[in-house]
Design a protein around this ligand. Structure first.
Ligand code: ADP
Length: 454
């Protein structure tokens, strides 16, 4: 640095000395006096040195200013302007600096906005460079690959253990062609629709991938398929019976005086069963529709309980089962009266159907915690095995299919109860001891408690 400065001083001094040298030459030529040469050279030398130092200082300031233009801590300083080249350069830099500030600010906030958008996306997003190192990923991606957090710069192989996903990204980096495929993670079992594309515009192009979780959609698809299979299976048995007995009647059964009534009765029983299944399916589809019920209003619980008991009493008498109920407190709940009544009837009906002769069913209504009301239906029946207890609310789930059919069950009763009570903002639970009996509990928000006018 000192060398270059020294050379610059010499150059300036030499330029300043030139007129002095000419005078000296003249003096020498004219055999003039030596001091004339000196007198002419000294001011030039001093002026040259001062000029060079000032130029150097201004250039240094300009260079420092240019170096600070991108610094986030730069103050609003400006360079002194001037008429010479350095002055003009300073004016240009003064004008450019705020525009660069503005540009940097806009780019920074745009970058922050995009990062925030990517970070909050429900889809997993990952970007990698050509060396398969992670340059960006959001939280959803980390969760999708079973990690809590992923640091930028990590090799993809360390983060993604799923060979299909790793292979897809690697393939895109090599081929630079977009790939879409559905990948099921071997750990966790979730399925993702993956769209991996090349990240062009870089010297060594990488890739990025978006992972869309399709597990809920796949689950829904599976449920729908199961449901269709179950429905057709449920319809097939009674339909086969109807068809079989009708054919028997046509093939001479009509003349069989001893059995023809039995054949017709079986046809009727199966037609009733088909009708029950269709009615339950319709109710269930209305309940699952999720639309707010137009007829929802306050329901007098005591009214509903006594109507439900009246509905199952004939069947209970036939089975030799007693239905016991304490006086129901004056309480109202909000919902669709017919659906609520159907839920209580279904629970009482099961408590009777899956009971033993001489058994009991007890219905109790009382306050649960807060503003919640509890309706409990307990029986002394056959009970439910522990491993079936969590599944009895599923559509068409029956512990003992043969017994359920025998007692006219459709396997949809408890699903209807669950949906009807959920629509009222409540819940239903079950507990049971095999051979000793079961207890079903409904908990629903009570509208108000007040004395009933008799
Ligand atoms: P179903 O029409 O067969 O009664 P539900 O959905 O009402 O269908 O009940 C599902 C199954 O749960 C029944 O088939 C039965 O196996 C069992 N279950 C329900 N309630 C009781 C109960 N109170 N006691 C014993 N088993 C019951």
């Amino acid at each position: 640095m000192w060398n270059s400065m020294f050379r610059r001083y010499l150059a300036v001094a030499a330029i300043s000395i030139l007129p002095a040298a000419a005078v000296a030459e003249f003096a020498r030529e004219t055999r003039g006096i030596a001091w004339l040469t000196l007198a002419a050279a000294v001011p030039g030398l001093v002026g040259g040195v001062l000029l060079a130092r000032s130029l150097d200082e201004r250039l240094r300031q300009t260079a420092a200013f240019a170096g600070r233009i991108l610094s986030p801590t730069r103050s609003s300083e400006t360079l002194p302007a001037g008429d010479d080249d350095i002055g003009r350069l300073s004016s240009t830099l003064n004008a450019i600096a705020p525009r660069i500030d503005d540009l940097v600010e806009r780019l920074t906030s745009e970058l922050a906005r995009r990062e925030a958008m990517l970070a909050t996306m429900v889809e997993g997003v990952v970007a990698i460079d050509s060396k398969l190192k992670i340059t960006f990923c959001n939280e959803a991606f980390a969760h999708a690959v079973g990690q809590r957090q992923v640091s930028v710069g990590l090799p993809l192989i360390q983060v993604v253990r799923e060979p299909a996903l790793f292979g897809t990204l690697e393939e895109v980096v090599v081929s630079q062609v977009t790939i879409r495929r559905r990948i099921r993670m071997s750990v966790g079992g979730r399925s993702f629709e993956v769209c991996a594309s090349p990240l062009k515009g870089e010297a060594a192009p990488g890739a990025m991938a978006i992972l869309h979780d399709v597990t809920p959609a796949e689950e829904l698809d599976r449920l729908r398929r199961d449901f269709v299979a179950n429905v057709s299976h449920e319809f097939r048995t009674p339909l086969a019976a109807v068809r079989g007995y009708a054919e028997t009647l046509l093939d001479g059964g009509l003349e069989d005086v001893e059995n023809r009534y039995k054949f017709v009765e079986t046809i009727l029983a199966n037609a009733v069963r088909l009708n029950n299944i269709a009615a339950d399916l319709l109710t269930l589809s209305e309940l699952e529709d999720g639309r707010p019920q137009a007829e929802a209003g306050p329901i007098d619980v005591a009214d509903v309980v006594s109507a439900a008991i009246r509905a199952v009493e004939p069947a209970a008498r036939l089975c030799g089962v007693d239905i016991l109920s304490d006086e129901v407190p004056p309480v109202w709940v909000r919902g669709h009266r017919l659906r609520f009544e159907q839920a209580i009837v279904n629970l009482l009906d099961n408590a009777v159907k899956f009971n033993k002769p001489g058994g009991q069913v007890r219905i109790e209504v009382g306050a649960a915690s807060g503003d919640l009301l509890q309706i409990q239906i307990a029986d002394t029946g056959i009970g439910i095995p522990a491993h079936d207890l969590t599944r009895v609310f599923e559509r068409f789930y029956r512990v003992d299919k043969a017994r359920s059919r025998q007692v006219d069950g459709t396997g949809l009763g408890l699903s209807i109860v669950k949906h009807a009570i959920q629509q009222m903002g409540g819940s239903v639970t079950a507990e049971s001891r095999l051979g000793a009996g079961s207890t079903f509990r409904i908990v629903v928000p009570a509208v108000r408690m007040c004395a009933r006018v008799s």
